[in-house]
Design a protein around this ligand. Structure first.
Ligand SMILES: Nc1ncnc2c1ncn2[C@@H]1O[C@H](COP(=O)(O)OP(=O)(O)OP(=O)(O)O)[C@@H](O)[C@H]1O
Ligand SMILES: [Mg+2]
Length: 259
């Protein structure tokens, strides 16, 4: 379980990106985080694993207070938090297999990782995960030979080989075509269900979020404006989150897609 208590971030520039956000994501729940550009979605995700240092407030993973950890404690804690990025963040000249195995770097010793000699159990698990994300045949290909959708599958396998408790996902489909986007969202949500992971997925595509997640949080100017089931995202609620617009098209396409 992931719990945020009055999480606040004010950047040095004076931008208040998060304003006392309270949020609990139970084990196994996939939650979409929506909101306009600049609402604080990426900041929220990054404050959880302290890639961005919160100004105040607390983050708990189960009983552990992440905000209070020292550098070494934080390193250990980060193993439990898998990240998936819009731009995949793969090492281009390494193979698919090596990219997946790099998810184990938080566990294996420096020398082993330097020589890239991973324990056999890690290699076996990497093969299992590549099979699960549909890339078994690609294990020896270089990352720069893959399509966007394939790259994101590698990113997912790399996050999961950490054996995390939570997944933090920042716009996983923003660079993908609509069909691939659905496949990737479906895959992430299925894997979270299989492994009982809590997940926060930042996503701009409201209809796509509605198709796959159990809960949506709407963030606006660092404040939670909506917290509820995807089908409760009415045009009125979307106006509250994003501002005045004609929302009928957005929600209708979601309804049609769900049929
Ligand atoms: N490193 C930074 N230094 C100063 N201000 C920042 C920094 N990163 C983000 N901000 C500001 O914090 C606010 C929230 O930004 P954030 O990137 O979290 O928004 P977002 O919801 O992820 O937006 P997008 O949908 O465009 O990715 C914005 O006003 C942004 O300008
Ligand atoms: Mg962002």
């Amino acid at each position: 379980m992931l719990r945020l208590e009055k999480l606040t971030k004010t950047y040095r520039t004076g931008d208040k990106a998060l304003n006392a956000v309270n949020l609990t994501v139970p084990k196994g729940q996939v939650m979409a985080l929506i909101g306009p550009s600049g609402a604080g979605k990426s900041t929220l995700i990054r404050c959880i694993n302290r890639l961005v240092e919160p100004t105040s407030g607390k983050v708990f993973l189960d009983q552990d207070d992440i905000t209070g950890l020292s550098a070494s404690g934080l390193r250990r804690m980060r193993r439990q938090m898998g990240m998936i990025f819009q731009e995949y963040a793969l090492v281009e000249r390494l193979t698919v297999m090596e990219n997946v195995l790099s998810g184990r770097l938080g566990y294996v010793g420096f020398w082993r990782s330097f020589t890239r000699r991973y324990p056999q159990a890690d290699v076996d698990e990497a093969f299992r995960l590549l099979d699960r994300v549909g890339l078994l045949e690609m294990a020896d290909k270089r990352a720069d030979e893959l399509s966007g959708g394939q790259r994101q599958r590698v990113g997912i396998a790399r996050a999961l080989i950490q054996d995390p408790k939570v997944l933090l996902v920042d716009e996983p489909t923003a660079s993908l075509d609509p069909k691939t986007s659905r496949q990737i969202m479906r895959l992430i949500c299925e894997l979270c269900a299989e492994r009982e992971l809590a997940a926060i997925i930042n996503i701009h595509d409201v209809a796509l979020a509605q198709m796959f997640v159990q809960r949506v949080i709407g963030l606006q100017k660092g404040v939670v404006q909506f917290d509820g089931k995807p089908d409760a995202l009415t045009p009125e609620v979307l106006t509250k989150i994003y501002g005045e617009e004609d929302w009928k098209e957005t929600t209708r396409s979601a309804e049609e897609a769900a049929e």
